[in-house]
Design a protein around this ligand. Sequence first.
Ligand code: THU
Length: 138
Amino acid sequence: MDKKALIRAAFAAQKFAYAPYSNFKVGAALLAINGSVYTGCNIESAAFSPTNCAGRTALFKAVSEGVHTFEAIAIVGGKADGTEDGKVTAPCGVCRQMLYEFAGDDFIVLMAKSETDFVEKTLGELFPLGFGPDKVLK
Ligand code: THU
């Protein structure tokens, strides 16, 4: 896996973030097992709750094209004015749940500040004892 390229793709997607309410722009790049990369950004709504996170945008793009198996995701985020807390942007709980629908405990999550400065965790670390499809699809 080319982690730098995946992070670069997440930064490219971040530019398309539609975040006029939070001014917090997020980009994601999801690597499928077949090698394809699906990018996404956060898309906010004036009604707030319909807002879609970058990770889910990328996931939904992939699934809507028939791709269901994934290796890794890179996520980048930050305030549009450049102010930052020095911490990486981690996927929200809803995104963790949706990723778990299609990816297992070994799926890699790269939370990046730059192509070389990132925190790497597995989905199993971020979403332990997850409730997934194997529990329901018996
Ligand atoms: N956001 C994401 O896109 N991904 C995350 O994992 C965390 C939060 C977005 C949602 C909202 O548009 C903005 O960040 C502030 O919460």
